[in-house]
Ligand binder design. Structure first.
Ligand SMILES: Nc1ncnc2c1ncn2[C@@H]1O[C@H](COP(=O)(O)OP(=O)(O)O)[C@@H](O)[C@H]1O
Ligand SMILES: [Mg+2]
Length: 252
């Protein structure tokens, strides 16, 4: 076990203790021990089917361990019931590969949605997040009129509107081109810096992990094989044009 011998960190944002998740005959996660440290950006890498999304869903208290225990802010969500888990989820934001915006709501309404679900309203906060993600001009647009990168920015603003201490990201750049992906990763790094948000970045894209993560948990068919420090932080290469980018990558 990668973390055996560690003294439990009482300040950890979340923790999995000997967690196994089974779906019938499939073991999605097997006896996972993992601590999410406050303020870190933790990468979770693995091939398709490795159990990455299952792990995020555990950390969001929407998935249940078959055995073992999940702690979110020191709290075990299992005995809480649906209402208690919903309250616990107020501390957590989540973004997805497919953005998951509401098509029939404007950008501003999408960002305000988590507040609305908590019977809250804060137009100034919504506007400040709109500005934070660089979309002040697009507040009244509908998602269909935005690029993929802009949609993910809206999703990030929506996730941040409740000021979560933990931001869970499930393949957030996998539907984006390289340059747009780099912009989104920059925004995640900035989010950690400006708000102190702890971030878990699930991805199969190793360059994304190298760009922003402090550590990487490596999942192979449901087994946590290792947790590696990220020491190879590549310089961001901003080619002047897409053609320059193609030339550099192809060596042409
Ligand atoms: N709700 C579910 N019902 C049955 N099997 C599931 C369910 N969710 C995930 N699995 C299975 O669990 C394994 C891990 O899935 P997942 O966590 O989605 O992997 P990843 O996100 O790394 O691609 C896969 O074999 C997948 O088919
Ligand atoms: Mg997945």
């Amino acid at each position: 076990m990668p973390e055996s011998g560690h003294v439990a960190d009482p300040d950890a944002v979340a923790r999995l203790e000997g967690v196994t998740v089974r779906y019938g005959a499939t073991t999605a996660l097997r006896d996972i021990d993992l601590t999410i440290e406050r303020g870190e950006i933790l990468g979770v890498v693995g091939e398709s089917g490795a159990g990455k999304s299952t792990m995020l869903n555990l950390l969001d208290a929407v998935e249940h361990p078959t055995s073992g225990r999940v702690l979110i802010g020191g709290v075990d969500p299992e005995p809480l019931g649906e209402r208690g888990r919903r309250l616990l989820r107020h501390r957590i934001g989540m973004i997805f590969q497919s953005f998951n915006l509401l098509a029939n709501r404007t950008v501003r309404q999408n960002i305000a949605l988590p507040l609305k679900l908590q019977a809250k309203k804060d137009a100034a906060l919504v506007d400040s997040l709109l500005a934070y993600v660089g979309l002040t001009e697009r507040g009244d647009a509908f998602p269909a009129r935005l690029s993929g990168g802009q949609r993910q920015r809206v999703a990030i603003a929506r996730a941040l509107v409740t000021r979560p201490e933990l931001l869970l990201c499930d393949e957030p750049t996998s539907a984006l081109d390289n340059r747009t992906a780099a912009d989104i990763l920059d925004l995640l790094a900035r989010t950690r810096r400006d708000f102190g948000t702890t971030i878990v970045l699930v991805t199969h894209e190793l360059p994304a992990v190298a760009a922003v993560c402090d550590r990487a948990a490596v999942l192979e068919r449901g087994v946590l094989k290792d947790i590696l420090p990220v020491t190879n932080r590549p310089e961001r290469t901003d080619d002047a044009s897409y053609l320059d980018h193609v030339r550099r990558v192809l060596g042409a």
